[in-house]
Write a protein that binds this ligand. Sequence first.
Ligand SMILES: Cc1cc2nc3c(=O)[nH]c(=O)nc-3n(C[C@H](O)[C@H](O)[C@H](O)COP(=O)(O)O)c2cc1C
Length: 334
Amino acid sequence: MREPLFSTRITELFNIKHPILCGGLMWLADADYTAAAVNAGGMGFLTAKTFPDPGHFRNELEKALSLTSGKPIGVNLYQSMRPEENEVLEGHLKIALDAGIRFFETAGLPPTSLLPELKEAGSKVLHKVSTIRHALSAATKLDIDAITIVGAECGGHPGLELVSSLIHSVLGPQQIDIPVVVGGGIGHGRQIAAVLGMGADGVLIGTRVLVAEEIWSHLEVKKQIVNSGAADSTLVMSSFRNTSRVINNEFARAVQDLELDRVKDFDEYWPYVKGVNAFDAYKSGDWNKALLSMGQSAVFANAVEPMEKIYDDLVDEAASALDRLGGLRSEHKE
Ligand SMILES: Cc1cc2nc3c(=O)[nH]c(=O)nc-3n(C[C@H](O)[C@H](O)[C@H](O)COP(=O)(O)O)c2cc1C
């Protein structure tokens, strides 16, 4: 693990070496992933929704904590717009708190109903949004500790406004007093130095670590990501106001065809969009047969390698960006 290069409000909040956070990943953010991020000097968020069975969730948390030798891990609590999908949340929250988890990434709906219990237990809550407007509203109205703003480049849900991380990186820290984490399109250490230079306190990554050895998905899926360029993701489901950035594959194009034909009947989309397709594709390796979240930073995911190597490279690249900037200052020139 590299020595700390940056000290920010995010490294302080989570007591970590590097301000590099690994976000919740549906189906993939399990104990191995979460612990690998923590052991590499960052913070990882285990996706509660991936483990609907309470016993399984509890075991996964215990496994993660044993893999980090008790070092704190984070949990991702995603609140869907469909209430029936949130039924497990309350139980999961209790299990996580009982297991000693105090770091939470919330996403989807504002975590208003979860906050009293989270804060009562002394948790640190990082809420994730995709617009400056939502970030400002959450930072001023909710008892949260930090905010993540993801840009249009991100894998998963980039929101509807599709403003780039380059814009968020300046506007967020300018307008928001609590610590700001920027996510979306980040997969190279030079970007980390730049984003911190623009005022952020940390970065959130997802796509870059989809090729980590600790991610359980089939090697064929990882190979597809390794071979992807910056333009190999695409947007689907904007017509349902639920935009997703995914691998540009057969299923994504089938969904886009339905959207182009202005089909409004969700049942016609269901065979393509149902979540379990992704689980099956991660398992079988058939990456064409699901909507698989992936962002533009896939271009930086060039090899399947251990999480620690990915973190080390990011830190080294950030250090070289700082050196370059130092060298560019006019007083250093002959
Ligand atoms: C495969 C995949 C699955 C994801 N699943 C979730 C999820 O279940 N909950 C969530 O809050 N965010 C999820 N995200 C978003 C990530 O936590 C993170 O915000 C995003 O990946 C950052 O942008 P990047 O992909 O450009 O690095 C997912 C992203 C990917 C790539």
